[in-house]
Structures are given as structure tokens and as C-alpha cells.
Write a protein that binds this ligand. Structure first.
Ligand SMILES: C[S@@+](CC[C@H](N)C(=O)[O-])C[C@H]1O[C@@H](n2cnc3c(N)ncnc32)[C@H](O)[C@@H]1O
Length: 389
């Protein structure tokens, strides 16, 4: 429906001030007009018992957030050069596209939205939803909003970036260039996001993505072309990945022992930082029949055994890295509602010599439980050389 622009803006203004207002998005540019930001998101928030309008303005790299009151001049904002204006209430989505002739093309659709007034929901993201990377990866829609089906992946990537950022803040990787290798990269959501994020910190970021599927390589090379970034992808088993210089090795949900292959490759190539969020794990499940006494009740129940053995697997991975001179922690990188696989092993190379108690704990664990983890087999000679175990 084509209507006069002033009438459409008045409709938007009335809706944004209504008690049923849920969210608004302003994006795109009108012909011959400039906007200071790529996109603006607005939502109602409750601050000290009072409703305010939270305005988050994004230039594609960072967000600026301010909270305003009902007397704010929204009409002015709606007329400030954005071509696409959407205001959603709980029951209606009012969408305006401003044509080259400055006409308002309006469409109204029925929706059923709830109003969330928490002001920390829009937490500061490491890469804005509207970042070009998410567009190229087909994770966001035309308005630069992450598609509902991709929201979990976006949050995983965002939290992974947050942890990389925190790690780099404490780590002395003060250099102009950085090399990142993503092992088991799949469709490279994380790979491209890490590249984009690090380009603000380093002059040159080199990226390699490894996945055994040819289809992943094809997909990822197309995305790299779209983004005009020099990321390299190979279709290979992680264990066949050629050696190369690597500062940060990442592996997000590389299946089963592929996580061990990734850690092994990273250690062999002297990665300064290793961040691995493991996926399903079967290897030790078959090795452990029951727990050594007096702990047998821990493995009697299948469900408990499965969870316990997953934790044993990750604890041993962490311990192996510790014995090899890495400072290691295991963190939950995202809430369990986004993925059940939410544990991340983070290892930073310090070359610290391991203590006798660490070696002893490791050896006792293997001998009491009668196990030999796959990673221990892969890194047998390194463990002998570095810790004598
Ligand atoms: C669950 S997906 C995760 C993809 C990506 N890291 C992400 O989180 O979006 C696991 C990926 O690892 C790849 N993969 C599994 N085992 C592999 C191996 N041994 N070598 C190379 N790629 C492997 C699979 O092809 C798949 O694309």
C-alpha cells in the first residue's frame, strides 16, 4: 500500500509510543541521504520502574546504546535517512519502505509477540547482528537481523569471540599478524566471525578452515569471495592438515575424536592458544566398563555414566595440555539452552614445567580407571619428552 510519507511516519510514531510496542528496526539508506549508523534497533526497557526506549545504534562494528523517554523525537529519527522502518507491536508489524520517489510503501502483518522489558537482553555483542559476515553467511535477513533459526549459532559464535577476546587481553600476542586455524570448520560461521573480529586488533589476519567435507570448502570459498577476504579452506581430515604457523587453533564441536585430532595438530604446530569446544564423545565410553571401587555406583546408571565419562574425557584432555606446558581452564561458553555441548577447553601456552602432583594425578587416573585416552596415544612422545609420563 502506497501512502504519503508523513502519514506513515505518524503511524510509526504512534505505534512506537504505544503500550504494546515491542521493537523497531531502522535500516538501509534512502536515495541521496546519508545515515550516521548502518542500523538502529529500539526496544522498551524498564529502568527504575519507568518505561524507557532503548536505542541501539550500530555502524556494523560496534553498538552505541542510549535510553530515552517518551518525549524523544522519534519522528525525526524515522525521517533521518533510513529506507526501511519497522515497528512491531504485540499484535502488528508495521513495515515501511521509502521509495526513490520518497513515497512510503507500507505493509502491515499480524504477529503475536511478547514484550520483554529487561534492559540487559540486548547485551553488547562482539559482532553486531548486522555485520556483513552474518549477511554473507545467510544468517541474517534483509534488515540485518539474525534469523530465528540461526540465533543459537550466533550466540555460540558471539560467546566464543568473547572468550577469544578475554584470552588475548591476558596473553602477550603483541604482533602485527595473527594466524588462526579452525579445525572441523563446517560452514565456517565461527571462522569468518573470528577473522572479522580480529581484523580490528591485527594488521593482518590469516585464516585457514579445515573440514573433511568438499561441500564445506565450496560453500566457504563462495562466502570468502562475497566478503572479499583472503581465507583459505581445505577439504581434508584434521589429521592430514599440513603443518603451518598457527597462533590460535579453534575447534567448535568437531565430532568425537576429531577434537583430539585438532588438539594434537595444534600442539604439534606450537599453537599459542587452543580453544576447543568438544562434541559427542564415545571413545572412553567403550573403554570404561565400570568405575574403580569404591566408586562403582557412578557408572551403574547409563545416563550418569555417560555424563561422567564425558567429563573425564575433557578433564584428561585438559590435564594432558597442562603437562605439555599450557595453562588450561574449562569454561562453560554458553548457556545450556543454546547447546548441550557447552564446555570449552581453553589452553594458553606458558611453557610452565608441570608439577609432580599433576603428573601423578594423571597417571593414577589412567591406571585406576584402566583407560588410555586417544589424545594420550596421539601425544605419547610429547608427553614422554615434556613430563616423562
Ligand atoms: C558439528 S560440525 C561443527 C562445524 C563448525 N565448527 C560449527 O560449529 O559450526 C562438525 C564438523 O566437523 C567436520 N569433521 C568431523 N570430523 C572431522 C575430521 N576428522 N576431519 C575434518 N573435519 C571433520 C564435519 O564434517 C563437520 O563439518
Amino acid at each position: 500500500m502506497k501512502i504519503e510519507l508523513g502519514v506513515a511516519v505518524a503511524q510509526l510514531d504512534q505505534r512506537i509510543k504505544s503500550e504494546h510496542f515491542v521493537r523497531a528496526v531502522l535500516s538501509g539508506r534512502r536515495r541521496n541521504m546519508q545515515t550516521e549508523f548502518e542500523r538502529i534497533d529500539i526496544k522498551p526497557v524498564l529502568i527504575k520502574e519507568e518505561i524507557k526506549w532503548q536505542i541501539i545504534s550500530s555502524d556494523g562494528k560496534k553498538d552505541i546504546t542510549k535510553n530515552v523517554e517518551i518525549d524523544f523525537n522519534f519522528t525525526h529519527l524515522f525521517s533521518s535517512g533510513f529506507a526501511n522502518l519497522v515497528v512491531d507491536t504485540q499484535t502488528e508489524s508495521y513495515q515501511v519502505r521509502i521509495s526513490k520517489k520518497d513515497e512510503a510503501l507500507v505493509s502491515v502483518s499480524k504477529v503475536n509477540l511478547s514484550r520483554d522489558l529487561s534492559h540487559d537482553r540486548q547485551k553488547q555483542r562482539m559482532l553486531a547482528e548486522s555485520n556483513q559476515v552474518f549477511k554473507a553467511l545467510d544468517m541474517s535477513d534483509l534488515l540485518g537481523r539474525i534469523k530465528p533459526s540461526k540465533m543459537d549459532k550466533y550466540k555460540q559464535v558471539d560467546e566464543f569471540l568473547r572468550l577469544i577476546s578475554q584470552t588475548l587481553d591476558t596473553q602477550d600476542l603483541k604482533q602485527d599478524e595473527i594466524s588462526v586455524v579452525d579445525l572441523g570448520c563446517g560452514h565456517a560461521y565461527l571462522t569468518f566471525a573470528v577473522g572479522e573480529f580480529l581484523k580490528n586488533r591485527y594488521k593482518k589476519v590469516s585464516i585457514l578452515g579445515v573440514d573433511e567435507r568438499d561441500e564445506s570448502k565450496e560453500h566457504n570459498e563462495k562466502v570468502a569471495l562475497k566478503l572479499k577476504v583472503e581465507a583459505k579452506f581445505i577439504a581434508a581430515k584434521i589429521s592430514d592438515t599440513p603443518n603451518q604457523v598457527v597462533d590460535i587453533a579453534i575447534a567448535l564441536h568437531a565430532c568425537d575424536t576429531a577434537t583430539d585430532d585438532a588438539i594434537y595438530w595444534a600442539v604439534k604446530n606450537n599453537a599459542q592458544v587452543i580453544m576447543a569446544a568438544p562434541c559427542c564423545m564415545h571413545e572412553l565410553q567403550t573403554q570404561i566398563k565400570e568405575a574403580p571401587e569404591p566408586w562403582a555406583l557412578l557408572t551403574k546408571n547409563g545416563l550418569v555414566k555417560e555424563r561422567l565419562v564425558d567429563l573425564i574425557t575433557d578433564s584428561l584432555r585438559a590435564q594432558i595440555l597442562k603437562l605439555l606446558g599450557y595453562r588450561v581452564d574449562i569454561v562453560e561458553f554458553i548457556g545450556g539452552e543454546h547447546t548441550a555441548r557447552n564446555i570449552l577447553i581453553r589452553a594458553v601456552k606458558t611453557n610452565q614445567i608441570s608439577s609432580d602432583i599433576d603428573k601423578d594425578r594423571y597417571q593414577q587416573m589412567l591406571s585406576q580407571w584402566q583407560i588410555k585416552p586417544y589424545l594420550a596415544k596421539l601425544l605419547a612422545s610429547e608427553l614422554k619428552a615434556s613430563a616423562g609420563v
